[in-house]
Write a protein that binds this ligand. Structure first.
Ligand code: GRG
Length: 300
């Protein structure tokens, strides 16, 4: 089997370079919207920092299949817009009711609930505009597939469905199977969309897409397990969001069901399997392999 040596890959440099191009594209993506308050509310959350893991994954998947990452940049921006929209709505009083996000007061604390909901709506719809109308140089047939993938992963079969089950389960005893369903939909679906859309733009074959789906499912679940672990072990200052929130809202999490050590081990195993799915392909795998490790080693 083909083994990829990533020891000479400078991942820190890669992260800085990717984040720099993503921040510039995010900044340029919000035009002179009217009214001003909507524009401000959209910019407030979209440009508030964050790890930018989703757009980076999209660019890395495009590179993996031999595509030019700059062609995937508008879709990478779209993914960050959908993610940011989901955070704004998740923080609302009707959902997680949180005051702190990315180290700042949440959107509705600054702009009020109505504008926060509408800023989320505007980011979600702008995401589809980025793909369908603002992706020069990408064949339309590929863009159509990307739109389809984003619709599925963000909607009822993905994020929205996962969030509904998550809310329904608050305060109830939840088994591992239900918890895995929540994590794979609420968090994993969008991470999967990052990988598949980047690969679609790069022109991936069905076989490569299948391997990338296995990779994406593994890192998606591992990402949320580590999120559960960090909720217990990290401070609000480091996380930029309220720590200890899961215990407070009586949520079932991996640490609650399996303990911290077993949760960490499970995330590590998932990442190992995710990386193995890429091994058969003699492609530009160093960024995706390093991103998988980053998911389990991160502290925020
Ligand atoms: C997308 C149509 C549509 C609706 C949204 C509110 C909702 C439905 C879903 C909630 C999804 C949610 C907030 C899942 C949690 C995902 C998660 C672990 C977020 C934290 O991601 P990080 O750590 O955050 O990557 P940063 O700030 O670094 O980007």
């Amino acid at each position: 089997m083909f083994e990829v040596d990533i020891s000479s890959f400078d991942f820190s440099k890669y992260l800085i370079k990717s984040r720099t191009s993503i921040e510039a594209a995010l900044d340029a993506s919000l035009g002179p919207e009217k009214p001003e308050e909507l524009r401000e509310a959209m910019r407030y959350s979209l440009l508030a920092g964050g790890k930018r893991l989703r757009p980076i994954l999209c660019l890395a998947a495009c590179e993996f299949v031999g595509g030019k990452p700059e062609l995937a940049l508008p879709t990478a921006v779209a993914l960050e817009m959908i993610h940011t929209m989901s955070l704004i709505h998740d923080d609302l009083p009707a959902m997680d009711n949180d005051d702190l996000r990315r180290g700042n007061p949440t959107n509705h604390k600054v702009y009020g609930e109505a504008v926060a909901i509408l800023a989320g709506d505007a980011l979600l719809t702008r995401a589809f505009e980025m793909v369908s109308l603002r992706s020069p140089g990408v064949p339309e047939a590929r863009l159509l597939k990307v739109v389809g993938e984003l619709s599925l992963m963000a909607g009822a079969p993905g994020l929205v469905g996962g969030q509904v089950v998550d809310l329904e389960c608050e305060g109830k005893d939840v088994d591992l199977e239900t918890l895995e369903f929540i994590h794979l939909h609420k968090t994993g679906a969008l991470l999967k969309a990052c990988v598949t859309t980047g690969a679609l733009i790069g022109g991936a074959s069905r076989e490569v897409l299948d391997s990338l789906s296995i990779y994406a499912n593994g890192i998606g679940l591992a990402f949320q397990i580590i999120d559960d672990v960090l909720d217990v072990t990290a401070s609000s200052d480091v996380l930029g969001k309220t720590a200890g929130k899961d215990l407070l809202s009586d949520k079932t999490t991996y640490p609650k069901l399996l303990g911290l050590e077993e949760s960490r081990k499970r995330a590590k195993d998932l990442v190992g399997k995710a990386k193995s799915a890429l091994q058969p392909w003699n492609m530009n795998a160093a960024p995706l392999l390093s991103l998988a490790d980053y998911i389990t080693n991160r502290d925020r």
